[in-house]
Design a protein around this ligand. Structure first.
Ligand code: NAD
Length: 357
């Protein structure tokens, strides 16, 4: 059976990364029917918008998308296409595996963590008012002296529904990927109602998986120290939006940075796979940047499509190419000016070659 997938080429270095990833995914032997669509700054010039309607229509139809990075134009009045896609498609779970691969330079080794970040609520919901606004003043008036008169206000909504669906996503990921433990991370000793609710709902969900997946809880500050000192003790970390944003970068740093950090945005019946990094526009068209993060995002897509054998083979092939260290891009060489570094498409070729063995 061939899988119908929307392929968003993106802009900046996006198109060359997407092309490398498409070739590698086809190199696994899995059949795809790609619906190639354009979003980003390049199409904005002709379509008048960086997110034409046909992009959303295609994802809604196919339910699965692979996306190259997209630049957020500054000063044009357009909001981020990346945020718009997550919102429009209600992709409430951001899943970011952080895994050590031999050959990637890092202070740590043998790390295998997964961050599951809530994507729609919390202080990122965009419910905020500027200093001196009537709304801010109204809330200050309700706060019985707890907020200074000259404060701007951001609201932190945490709902039962939002928490239930993100924690369930973490446990379902654990089951599908044979992982052992889910850790809920929050700050419930201080934010008793919002983060308290997060733990309360997380415990309810954990009960449904008792005997199959372990569950524990950490306060976010203590978790940061744990991750720096004993990252090997943790498995899947589930968090609200803000903590998830910060800890995603911390964990990406533990395994060697942006070049190797894949990601998935998952909703009820739709999923969009993309690298954590952006469009790196200064390298556009140079066949220079590292395709690993997007290729590993493709590997996550294969798992989502239940193509587990192909996903395992692809991960091994990527791992072998990185471990050998010859056919890798400049950023994976000990010296960034190493003349033996290969380009984006040559690294993809090396991975495809490994897939044949
Ligand atoms: P960026 O991730 O594009 O680049 C930062 C630096 O990291 C680059 O200059 C480069 O040195 C390095 N880098 C990034 N990806 C790399 C790769 N694959 N291989 C080797 N080196 C790599 O971050 P930025 O410069 O802050 O953002 C550029 C644009 O991308 C912005 O408009 C931003 O809004 C957008 N962005 C998009 C996404 C997305 O599409 N999901 C995510 C983050 C940023």
């Amino acid at each position: 059976m061939s899988h119908k997938v929307t392929l968003i080429r993106g802009d900046g270095t996006g198109p060359e990364l997407v092309e490398a990833t498409r070739r590698v995914l086809e190199g696994t032997g899995v059949a795809f029917e790609w619906d190639v669509v354009e979003a980003g700054v390049d199409i904005m010039k002709t379509a008048g918008t960086p997110l034409p309607d046909n992009v959303l229509a295609s994802i809604r139809k196919n339910k699965v998308a692979l996306k190259g990075p997209i630049t957020t134009p500054i000063g044009t009045g357009f909001r981020s296409v990346n945020v718009a896609l997550r919102k429009e498609l209600d992709l409430y779970a951001c899943i970011r595996p952080c895994k050590s691969y031999i050959g990637v330079r890092s202070r740590y080794e043998k790390i295998d963590l997964v961050i599951v970040r809530e994507n729609t609520e919390d202080l990122y919901a965009g419910v905020e008012w500027p200093v001196d606004s009537p709304e801010a003043k109204q809330i200050i008036g309700m706060a019985a002296g707890k907020i200074r008169e000259d404060a701007a206000i951001s609201i932190k909504p945490i709902s039962r529904t939002g928490t239930r669906q993100i924690v369930k996503a973490a446990f379902e990921y654990a089951i599908d990927n044979e992982r052992r433990k889910v850790t809920a991370v929050a700050k419930a000793n201080i934010m008793k109602y919002t983060d308290g609710l997060f733990y309360e709902v997380a415990r309810e969900v954990a009960k449904e998986y008792e005997g199959r997946v372990e569950y524990d809880e950490w306060l976010v500050d203590a978790m940061c120290m744990q991750l720096v000192q004993k990252p090997e003790n943790y498995d899947i970390l589930v968090m609200e939006n803000l903590y998830g944003d910060i800890l995603s970068d911390l964990c990406a740093g533990l395994v060697g940075g942006l070049g190797v950090a894949p990601g998935a945005n998952i909703g009820r019946d739709t999923a969009l796979f993309e690298a954590t990094h952006g469009s790196a526009p200064k390298y556009k068209g140079q066949n220079k940047v590292n395709p690993t993060a997007l290729i590993l995002s493709g590997m996550l897509m294969l798992r989502y499509l239940k193509e587990f054998d192909a996903a395992d083979r692809l991960e091994r092939a990527v791992q072998d190419v990185i471990a050998e260290g010859t056919h890798v891009t400049y950023d994976m060489k000990p010296d960034r000016n190493d003349p033996t570094a290969v380009g984006t498409s040559q690294m993809a070729d090396a991975i495809i070659e490994k897939l044949k063995n």
